[in-house]
Ligand binder design. Sequence first.
Ligand SMILES: [Zn+2]
Length: 135
Amino acid sequence: MIDVHPIMALRGASKVNLFDVVPAFSKLKLFRRDRMACAYCGQRFHERELQCEHIVPESRGGGWTWMNLVTACGPCNGRKADRTPEEAGMPLLYLPHVPSRFETFLLEGRHIRADVHEWLAARLPKSSRIGSRLS
Ligand SMILES: [Zn+2]
């Protein structure tokens, strides 16, 4: 029996530059991107207690985009209300980013072999916060 390394099997299969693909937005992926931590108080919560928070409020034209959304707990989201972080005096503890394709793969929470996990994690951008929880 030949033991094919899982990475070898992927090589050359894709014609798309995976780094150019903006992954579809989902609430759970957002919470995982932000490590289930509120962007304002820094505490971690269960996903039931987390909300999508618009940095620029929807009423001011802020969109549902990776760069305008962060994770927030209910009390912080309520306190910030319809204001920008500057107006509310609530600076963001971390900045939003668009997850790369590799990061999305991890955020989607599929079962991934440990060695593949390491290979993917090594390709995460330095700004990614999810890499450190992989080991
Ligand atoms: Zn909070």
